[in-house]
Design a protein around this ligand. Structure first.
Ligand code: PLP
Length: 368
């Protein structure tokens, strides 16, 4: 693997159009990330559960993150995964509000552990694992009427600023603002799940910047670790401190914030910022859109280098995905969990114009 390319065991080259599902935003194996991992390997690995020793990579990465976030998001709790960040945020919201109800949205995906699964917005995926968390309510995304369900009994609303697995569903700015207002008015914690939308995917560092709305808790994962496993929930220090009392260790994680993962993630974030990777995203998005014109494409929904190409059915989409693997210029793509008729495009942000042209030619040839 290298940049935007993957190689199979025979050495065949593939363009990676999904980047490990929005993980490899700075490309696979960026030299700075590899160096940071090597340096940290030489320094130390896991030393202690959490907080007993101050680990430089955790502290430095938390500093870099908070320097690039609004003032109220100034305390970072690193976890092993996105799902664990979701768990931590739900626990924190319950602790802070003394309420139990958690609201999420239909066709949202927040992870696969039991708490995160409870708020997943699709009964097919939840059903086999019931009973799940009680007092969870699913609302219709981007519906103003739904917001009436948020009351002073709601601990938190967990929401993706743009829905990922539903096939890139972009809400209106007005709706996101109304959601923020409703949460503020009812004392409900607003949690933005930016596990897929974060780290430049949408053309800005964080998707919430497009909406001029700041959450109370931000969830990060995927690209956060620069290719290594890492998640985080980020809140205000005063709020986060509630996890330090009654019980004293409100969330415990052995490996969360592993020094190698923090070192890798920090190097990747620095690359993203220093190489100004978000600057070219709009132009690359437009290039994709201008090339992917074909009567069998029913719709394209995109938000930055993040697209859902809609076909008539999953069966048709699957044939294209499979054909892309065997084409003359092969590429790797995928569908979406709740939108199987849509082809996923979420490549490393480093993808070149030439690679975009090649990839689109392969997709069009596969449709034919
Ligand atoms: C929006 C969103 N939230 C949460 C998660 C869960 O992250 P993880 O797989 O690291 O537990 C994912 C993973 O796909 C996701 O896309």
């Amino acid at each position: 693997m290298d940049g935007c390319l993957l190689f199979d065991s025979s050495g065949k080259e593939y363009i990676d159009l999904i980047g490990g599902i929005s993980v490899a935003n700075t490309g696979h194996r960026h030299p700075d990330v590899i160096k940071a991992i090597r340096d940290q390997l030489d320094a130390y690995l896991h030393v202690m559960v959490y907080g007993e020793f101050i680990e430089t990579p955790q502290v430095q990465y938390a500093k870099l993150l908070t320097e690039n976030l609004p003032e109220n998001l100034n305390s970072v709790y690193f976890t092993n995964s996105g799902a664990e960040a979701v768990e931590g945020a739900m626990k924190l919201a319950k602790r802070v509000t003394n309420r139990t109800q958690i609201i999420a949205f239909e066709r949202s995906y927040h992870g696969s552990t039991q708490g995160a699964l409870s708020i997943m917005g699709d009964e097919y995926w939840r059903n086999a694992f019931r009973p799940l968390l009680p007092d969870v309510l699913h609302l219709v995304y981007n519906s103003f009427e739904s917001l009436n369900e948020i009351t002073d009994a709601t601990a938190c609303v967990v929401v993706e600023p743009v829905q990922a697995e539903a096939g890139i569903i972009i809400p209106s700015k007005e709706w996101i603002s109304a959601l923020r207002k409703k949460c503020t008015d009812t004392g409900t914690i607003l949690v933005f799940d930016e596990i897929q939308t974060g780290f430049g995917r949408t053309g800005k560092l964080w998707a919430f910047e497009h909406f001029n709305v700041v959450p109370d808790i931000l969830l990060l994962g995927k690209a956060l670790g620069g290719g290594m496993p890492l998640g985080a929930f980020i809140a205000g220090k005063k709020m986060m401190d509630r996890l330090t009392e009654n019980p004293v260790l409100g969330h415990i994680t052995t490996f969360g914030g592993h020094p190698v993962c923090c070192a890798a993630g920090m190097a990747a974030m620095k690359v993203l910022i220093e190489e100004k990777m978000t600057a070219a995203i709009k132009q690359k998005e437009e290039l994709f859109r201008s090339l992917l014109v074909q009567p069998k494409i029913k719709a394209i929904r995109s938000f930055g280098l993040w697209m859902a190409i809609e076909f008539e059915s999953f069966e048709f989409n699957k044939k294209i995905i499979d054909h892309c693997l065997d084409a003359a210029n092969p590429l790797i793509t995928d569908w979406f969990l709740f939108a199987p008729e849509c082809l996923r495009i979420s490549p490393p942000l480093t993808i070149s114009d030439m690679q975009i042209r090649k990839a689109c030619a392969t997709i069009l040839e596969s449709i034919d």
